[in-house]
Design a binder for this molecule. Structure first.
Ligand SMILES: Nc1ncnc2c1ncn2[C@@H]1O[C@H](COP(=O)(O)OP(=O)(O)O)[C@@H](O)[C@H]1O
Ligand SMILES: [Mg+2]
Length: 291
């Protein structure tokens, strides 16, 4: 059999029926505000609802998705980058068939990758043959290059904030970088630990007023997550609260948030596999490109 010319190969790939993969980054300016809890439980809620979900631990310094779900990784993203494992090898099974790619705890920045690691990562994601509906990336906090890179590679960015003034000023600083440097124009805000729905909306409104006044960005209120002892208990038991305590207030909130995220429209041009995500992850589109 003759090898296909590269153009023929890419042409054939385009002919395949493409199901767009929704890519969502969960991030924050300040640490400890609930990003990993949100990522793990949104992903699990979507899986329970029948979606095929991949949860990528993008906190390359303080990986803890696997800890939160009580999973024991034998290899992780750093092995993929080193070429000693495939992405398939790293996949762990979470609740309701959720797929998890664990990160390593150690210093590794997406922006520090060598050309060989870049190529390895692109290959790893393009070879992942599992059909997917949604990819959720749990990022580190702050304005590190790796955080910005994951956000710009995603179609939707959720910024988690709390009532803590530092979480709001840090969220503003992060949104400013995403907007000014990467031209990200839409941000979903999720408030955590507010005492009431009206307090949650007030936190959001304060952030929206400042961001929309000084930046070219539109903020949307994704919703709020109440303070919930059941969530703490689930974290201690290394389980997702939506699976361990489905009747708890936070589990109910997570199901609503997951249903909402599922209704977000997919941007034009979203493609049927993860190449879109990886291309953006490693190539970094020119400034001015829209997300
Ligand atoms: N709504 C909540 N109710 C109770 N505990 C929470 C809530 N949100 C977060 N926590 C707790 O706060 C801690 C930090 O959350 P985590 O998701 O690890 O934050 P991050 O990923 O932003 O650092 C966890 O132990 C978690 O149980
Ligand atoms: Mg975290």
């Amino acid at each position: 059999m003759h090898d296909l010319h590269p153009n023929q190969a890419s042409g054939l790939r385009l002919l395949k029926p493409a199901r767009p993969v929704r890519v969502i980054a969960v991030t924050s300016g300040k640490g400890g505000v609930g990003k990993t809890s949100v990522s793990v439980n949104l992903a699990t809620a979507m899986s329970i609802a029948g979606k095929r979900v991949l949860l990528l631990d993008g906190d390359l310094g303080l990986a803890n998705v696997d800890v939160m779900l009580g999973l024991q990784p034998s290899c992780n993203l750093s092995h993929v980058l080193a070429g000693t494992c495939t992405l398939e090898d790293t996949l762990l099974e979470g609740p309701a068939s959720l797929m998890v790619v664990p990160a390593s705890s150690g210093k590794q920045h997406m922006t520090d990758l060598t050309p060989i690691q870049h190529a390895g990562l692109i290959q790893a994601f393009s070879e992942l043959s599992r059909p997917l509906d949604t990819l959720i990336v749990d990022t580190a906090a702050g304005i590190d290059d790796s955080v910005i890179t994951f956000c710009q590679a995603s179609q939707q960015v959720i910024v988690v904030v709390t009532i803590d003034p530092a979480s709001l000023t840090d969220a503003y600083a992060l949104i400013k970088v995403l907007n000014r440097e990467k031209n990200i124009r839409r941000i979903q805000v999720l408030t955590n630990l507010a005492n009431s729905e009206s307090e949650a909306r007030e936190i959001y409104e304060n952030l929206r007023r400042v961001a929309e006044k000084f930046l070219d960005v539109t903020l949307s209120f994704m919703g709020s997550l109440p303070q919930d002892e059941w969530l703490k208990r689930a974290v201690r038991r290394q389980r997702a609260v939506v699976e361990a305590y489905p009747n708890s207030p936070s589990a109910k909130a997570f199901r609503e948030l997951a249903a909402k995220a599922d209704r977000w429209s997919l941007p034009l041009g979203a493609r049927g596999n993860l190449e879109f995500f990886v291309e953006r992850l490693v190539n970094r589109p020119a400034e001015g490109a829209t997300v």
